[in-house]
Write a protein that binds this ligand. Structure first.
Ligand code: ADP
Ligand code: MG
Length: 322
């Protein structure tokens, strides 16, 4: 399968399978997912809650072991790495979570929280640590002199997310997985944090995997977008192109369901009613077929592979829209 993002991918995920065993049952959280992210690119990963986005992110970081598949970071397969070599690779990849307040230790001062990755990675000189913490706090728009001695509860959600971003940046990573970084924030704060991430991306030369359930947010920040449904990828393509001409019926429904700013205009269609099927017993063939307006017998019997539908655009559908 070809999913070429560019000639020089920083991250390559190949046929990744991740499962959870719960009460004797298997949850098929991520099933045979392949994707590439080019150096300097932002890939948006979107899909309904529970479709496996966070699991994919955690499996990339080796925080969750995959059943099978490869995670090639800069050419090295992280799934077979252990100990020191894995730790060294992990410093090049960081994670920013959805809930910034919960991901900060309430009893530690901001200066120590942001310095912690430096301590763990063996930066022994306290003066160097102080300097690097100050630099990165200033970079995310916080005054180091004012915030370093304070505790997390003294800050708003948006400020806590700035602190989390500082902590993620302090080791100069190359790649950051942003897992719904603005979902828990006030709508009024979201744009600020998205702008900050953009700014940091340029300043630090970052590559981003940007996870969100909200297509509008993903559209604003991504070069390319990958759409996920019940553990599988439905569609991958350049952002503008995918929004203008979605190929997978699920992508089309997600786009139609984006709320429009004008309160008098209702979304034309919405995501099919009802819960998505259970990842314990996903539908045969195309997993979206039970909610798809275009499904036929073939969709129940044959798993659709991701196939090229337009330059750079791939869809896993037997009846693509383009
Ligand atoms: P998303 O981030 O897209 O909302 P997740 O990756 O969190 O989705 O979850 C994918 C599926 O795996 C869901 O069915 C979820 O309930 C299940 N899941 C996630 N984490 C665990 C876990 N630690 N143990 C068991 N099941 C889990
Ligand atoms: Mg999640």
């Amino acid at each position: 399968m070809m999913l070429q993002a560019a000639s020089d991918p920083l991250l390559k995920v190949e046929n990744l399978v991740v499962e959870y065993a719960v009460g004797g049952k298997v949850i098929h959280a991520v099933s045979d997912v392949s994707l590439e992210i080019a150096r300097g690119e932002t890939l948006g990963l979107v899909g309904e809650s529970g479709c496996g986005k966070s699991t994919l992110g955690r499996a990339v970081l080796q925080l969750r072991q995959a059943v099978s598949g490869k995670v090639l970071f800069d050419g090295h397969d992280l799934t077979v790495m252990h100990g020191d070599s894995l730790r060294r690779m992990r410093q090049r990849v960081q994670l920013i979570f959805q809930d910034p307040i919960a991901s900060l230790n309430p009893r530690r001062r901001i200066g120590d929280i942001v310095a912690e990755p430096l301590v763990i990675s063996g930066v022994r000189d306290p003066e160097e640590r102080r300097r690097r913490v100050s630099d990165v706090l200033a970079a995310v728009g916080l005054d180091p002199a004012l915030v370093s001695g304070r505790l997390p509860h003294e800050f708003s959600g948006g400020q806590c997310q700035r602190i989390c971003i500082a902590r993620a940046l302090v080791l100069n990573p190359e790649f950051i997985i942003c897992d719904e970084p603005v979902s828990a924030l006030d709508v009024s704060i979201r744009a600020q944090i998205l702008n900050l991430l953009e700014e940091m991306k340029t300043r630090y030369g970052l590559t981003l995997l940007f996870i969100a359930h909200d297509l509008a947010v993903v559209k604003a920040v991504s070069d390319r977008v990958a759409v996920m449904y019940l553990g599988r990828l439905c569609e991958v393509g350049p952002s503008e192109q995918l929004f203008a001409r979605p190929a997978h019926p699920y992508t089309a429904l997600l786009i139609e369901a984006i709320p429009v700013p004008d309160p008098d205009v209702r979304p034309t269609q919405s995501i099919p009613v009802g819960e998505p099927p259970s990842p314990i017993a996903p539908p045969s063939g195309c997993r979206f077929r039970t909610r798809c307006p275009r499904a036929d017998a073939r969709c129940a019997s044959e798993v659709p592979e991701l196939r090229i539908v337009a330059p750079g655009q791939f869809a896993a559908c037997h009846h693509p829209l383009v």
